[in-house]
Design a protein around this ligand. Structure first.
Ligand SMILES: C[S@@+](CC[C@H](N)C(=O)[O-])C[C@H]1O[C@@H](n2cnc3c(N)ncnc32)[C@H](O)[C@@H]1O
Length: 202
């Protein structure tokens, strides 16, 4: 519904987004990048009513998919921004404002000449580190094995992050109340199992 769109989809802010004015409270801010069809936001946010969730999604079609799964009654702690996230996130979210970041099945751009289009790059991780609180968690999953190793390698070299898992890349999710996203289900159906990474901002 149009009213729901107005409720959930934020205008791109001039300067830093102010989470307190957006959500009307100072609850911990959890950020999902590439929300896709919205399974995570619609399923996970109601399990944590005392946290706020901001979903970034680039594609308008996906924003419409997500809106179909949200209602102001059930998801008062969710908002969306239609935006292509990159290292510019450090100019959008206030420094040290984010409790957790979730990136689930980011586009793998498998061809070597397209690797520069990948979301996870050193400058992006450095920018993410500036917006995350100390001890904030970064959850990443991908069904693409080579991208999982690319992400694990970059994060291991990024001084602001340490892995929280016994194995850098695990086959089981670290979240106890894990919500399977559309891509996770679809890729698994095609035989591509997810790889999970969990890092902490030092
Ligand atoms: C492969 S899909 C995964 C969607 C969802 N996370 C899932 O697991 O089902 C990647 C999603 O990220 C969005 N996306 C890709 N690059 C993005 C970016 N730089 N910023 C925000 N969204 C992005 C795409 O539009 C798409 O919806």
């Amino acid at each position: 519904m149009l009213e729901d769109r107005d409720y959930f989809v934020l205008e791109s802010p001039e300067g830093f987004l102010d989470p307190e004015s957006v959500f009307g409270n100072r609850a911990p801010l959890h950020v999902e990048i590439g929300s896709g069809k919205g399974e995570f936001l619609s399923g996970y946010a109601p399990l944590h009513p005392d946290w706020n969730f901001l979903g970034f999604e680039l594609a308008e079609k996906r924003i419409r998919n997500i809106l179909k799964k949200l209602s102001p009654q059930k998801h008062p702690n969710v908002r969306l921004l239609r935006l292509k996230v990159d290292a510019g996130i450090a100019e959008l979210l206030p420094p040290v404002s984010v409790r957790s970041v979730y990136i689930q099945h980011p586009d793998p751009w498998p061809k070597r000449r397209h690797h520069k289009r990948r979301l996870v790059q050193p400058d992006f991780l450095a920018a993410l580190a500036t917006v995350m609180e100390p001890e904030a968690q970064l959850h990443i999953s991908t069904d693409h094995e080579e991208y999982a190793h690319w992400i694990g390698g970059l994060l291991s070299r990024q001084p602001e992050f340490i892995s929280l898992q016994p194995e850098l890349i695990q086959s089981a999710p670290s979240l106890q109340d894990h919500v399977s996203t559309w891509y996770e289900v679809e890729q698994r159906r095609q035989g591509f199992e997810p790889h999970y990474l969990l890092f902490q901002r030092i």
